[in-house]
Design a protein around this ligand. Structure first.
Ligand code: PGA
Length: 250
């Protein structure tokens, strides 16, 4: 039995006050979601310290959206994994396509970030996925394999057990174009196979989330697939009712 997880990636949205309302709304509705589904919320850095306690009390996980690739020191504007751990953040999204695309995050940088997150007991939610042109050229399998081999497959087996993977086809993110359940399942099964080639049976315990325009309508069929263990939700995580409806897709 793998963990079922629905995580909300707020990206660069919400002022502090708006974020407080959103958290409150999610906490109020949490009881509508089945008890075996883990909810995680990933607000901007500025909100994490104040949201950690109410979310923790409500049994909801709190995640950062990024962390630094260095331990500490002269890196103006960066936030380290140790800092996040010190305010009771337990998860960290890493490798999101927006970070790869707009901030030049390479596989090598991401490997450093993942290692530091793990060192400080943050669970990485590691994102992979192909761009539109790559999908059109039939290269989606090669792309996700390369992203996994360069980062996740480099980890010691004990660390691999702590990882959450998120498959997010870039062409589906924020576009309203959800991958079909069959398209997503095909890649999820492939991801699990690539992980099993390196880590064996442990790959059967790795949660693999789908992300990319997942919404209350598309979630049930996606979450019903054998290798899809939940979702990483962008747009639909910004309204309590939508986020909770997605989580009720299980
Ligand atoms: P979306 O974003 O749900 O708005 O497509 C998902 C993500 O980028 O994590």
């Amino acid at each position: 039995m793998r963990k079922k997880i629905v995580a909300g990636n707020w990206k660069m949205n919400t002022t502090y006050e708006e974020g407080e309302k959103l958290v409150q709304g999610i906490i109020e509705k949490k009881s509508e979601v089945k008890g075996d589904v883990t909810l995680i919320v990933a607000p901007p850095f500025t909100h994490l310290c104040c949201f950690a306690e109410p979310l923790g009390k409500a049994g909801i996980g709190i995640s950062a959206q990024n962390c630094a690739s260095h331990e500490s020191g002269a890196y103006t504007g960066e936030v380290s994994a140790a800092m996040l751990a010190s305010i009771d953040v337990h998860y960290c999204i890493l490798g999101h396509s927006e970070r790869r695309e707009y901030y030049g995050e390479t596989n090598n940088i991401l490997l450093e970030k993942v290692k530091l997150a793990l060192k400080h007991n943050l669970t990485p939610i590691f994102c992979i996925g192909e761009k539109l042109g790559e999908r059109e050229a039939g290269k989606q399998f090669d792309v996700v394999k390369g992203q996994l081999q360069a980062v996740v497959c480099q980890l010691p087996a004990a660390d691999f057990e702590k990882i959450i993977v998120a498959y997010e086809p870039v062409w589906a993110i924020g576009t309203g174009k959800t991958a079909t359940a069959a398209q997503a399942q095909e890649v999820h099964a492939y991801i699990r196979k690539v992980l099993a080639d390196t880590f064996g049976d442990a790959a059967n315990r790795t949660p693999i989330l789908y992300g990319g325009s997942c919404n209350p309508t598309t979630a049930p069929e996606l979450f019903g697939q054998p290798d899809i263990d939940g979702g990483l939700i962008g747009g639909a995580s910004l309204k309590p009712a939508d986020f909770i409806s997605v989580a009720k897709g299980f």
